[in-house]
Design a binder for this molecule. Structure first.
Ligand code: TYM
Length: 341
């Protein structure tokens, strides 16, 4: 039996952080053993907000290095740059003729991002979920491993796939999201009601994968904690929705820190509670800093050992591998909508 396919991507903008790793990349590394895997650096998505050309060029390579240093194996998975396969933008255009403006206006991430700049919101930002749908549908993707913030975009992808299939006949596979309960929404260290974010104003919101040991220790020391002193994991039922900011009962700041500890050390939250029974927040935070540093050290060694040239070669080979798939699917789509090939 042929393997199921997964597809996912990350924007080359801002500093990739533990949320990106724990919500997405960590799962990719595991899943690549059992799935036919495609991972993309989504540069077309990144320019939906203003970018400096020099910086984005560097970021594209940096994100690919992060994939590789985290354990994405180019022998198992295709890694490529979105703009190297122009079929993404072409399929996006065709899907644009099926999406409703009202559907895009409901996208939480669009509402959040555009709220900061009401007058200056670009068309690209508005259309962002349709490009993401094109990314996914182009490859007959069955499973999309992401963090919780992308669920709404996968839902609209499913809607568009169904709409196309109904109108033009079976063409697209309907994809399913893949998320993990503990990693799906890593919260900001400075505010447990908001997710850890690449575009956060304060660097105390996130731990970047490229942060120094000193920065990690400083940020964890400063991380917000809840009232009380006990190391207790308050496990509210997960709410898979987009309400933001969210307010949780219990100890949301501590829950977030324990989730990070747990995912990086492979210890269960209850084991961590036991480990720190009778000890205070300061000791727990020192332990957490150790766990984070122990994870980042070998990651950064691998990251620093990769050269731009070898990474570019891997990205080019990845594009070669996926291009025929994209071309075939787009041809099928074009025929169905009535174009002459
Ligand atoms: P992006 O670049 O914002 O984020 C990349 C991945 O990291 C996850 N993530 C988080 N997970 C847990 N906690 C957090 N605090 C956190 N912050 C980010 C995101 O959910 C995502 O999985 N639109 C996408 C990129 C994209 C894509 C695709 C993804 C473009 N095309 C096709 C999947 C399939 C985005 O902007 O992700």
């Amino acid at each position: 039996m042929s393997k199921q396919r997964i597809f996912s991507g990350i924007q080359p903008s801002g500093n990739l952080h533990l949320g990106n790793y724990l919500g997405a990349i960590k799962n990719w590394v595991k899943l690549q053993n059992d799935f036919d895997s495609i991972f993309c650096v989504v540069d077309l998505h990144a320019i939906t907000v203003p970018q400096d050309p020099e910086k984005i060029r560097k970021k594209i390579i940096e994100v690919a290095k992060i994939y590789l240093a985290c354990g994405i194996d180019p022998k198992k998975s295709a890694i490529f740059i979105q703009s190297h396969v122009p079929e993404h933008a072409e399929l996006c255009w065709i899907l644009n003729t099926l999406v409703k403006i009202s559907e895009l206006e409901r996208m939480t991430q669009f509402k959040d991002k555009s709220a900061k700049n009401k007058e200056g919101v670009g068309m690209g930002l508005f259309d962002y979920p349709v490009l993401m749908a094109a990314d996914i549908l182009l490859y007959d993707t069955q499973v999309v491993p992401v963090g919780e913030d992308q669920l709404q975009h996968i839902e609209i992808t499913r809607t568009l796939a169904n709409r196309f299939n109904k109108k033009f006949g079976e063409t697209f596979v309907i994809p399913e999201p893949f998320i993990t309960r503990e990693g799906m929404r890593i919260m900001g260290l400075d505010d447990p009601a908001k997710k850890m974010s690449k575009s956060a104003e304060s660097e105390y919101n996130y731990i970047a994968l490229t942060d120094s040991e000193e920065a990690v220790r400083r940020k964890i020391k400063k991380a917000v904690t809840d009232s009380g002193t006990e190391i207790k994991y308050t496990d509210d039922p997960p709410r898979v929705d987009e309400a933001s900011p969210r307010v949780e009962a219990g100890k949301p700041a501590l829950k977030n820190l324990i989730n990070i500890y747990s995912l990086l050390s492979d210890k269960k939250p209850q084991e961590i509670e036991e480990l720190y029974a009778g000890k205070g927040y300061a000791e727990f935070k020192e332990g957490l800093a150790e766990v984070v540093v122990d994870f980042l050290r070998p990651f950064q060694e691998k990251y620093n050992a990769l050269t731009d040239e070898e990474v570019l070669k891997i990205l080019q080979a990845g594009a070669e591998k996926v291009r025929p798939l994209a071309r075939k699917k787009l041809e099928e789509v074009k025929k169905k909508v009535g174009f002459i090939l």
